[in-house]
Design a protein around this ligand. Sequence first.
Ligand code: SF4
Ligand code: SF4
Length: 126
Amino acid sequence: MIELHEDEFSRTDCLTCANCCKTTGPLFTQKDIERIAKHFRMKPGEFIDTYLRLDEENDFVLQQVPCPFLGADNYCSIYEKRPKACREYPHTDRKDFHKISNITIRNTAVCPAAYNIVEEMKKRLK
Ligand code: SF4
Ligand code: SF4
C-alpha cells in the first residue's frame, strides 16, 4: 500500500484538485486548534467560535466547506500550520491501513488518488 501510495502521489498534483479541502475538511485536534489560533493571534475559543463546530461524534470540524483557508488557486493559506488530518489525508500510507478500510473506501469517493490506489491494489490482489 505504501509503495502504491508513493507511486500514485509521484504523479498527483493536488493543486489541480483540492477536492478534499472543497468537500470534506479535516477534524481539528486540540493541538491543531491551539497552533492555528496562535497563527491568527486568536484565542482558541475565539477560533472555535469563528470556524468550527462539534460533529455527531463530538469532534471539532469546519462549520462549512469549502475550507475557509483554501485559496482560489487551491493553495492552503495555513499550509505550514494545517491540521494533522490534512497532512495525513488520504491516509493511504498508514502502516495500519488495513484497520481503516472503511475510511479508505469512503475517501475513494472524494480523492482520485485514493481511488487509483485502491483500484491498483485490487488489480494486484487478483
Ligand atoms: S482529494 Fe486527494 S488528490 Fe485531491 S487534493 Fe485531496 S489528497 Fe490530493
Ligand atoms: S486547512 Fe488547508 S489543507 Fe486543510 S482543508 Fe483547509 S485548505 Fe485544505
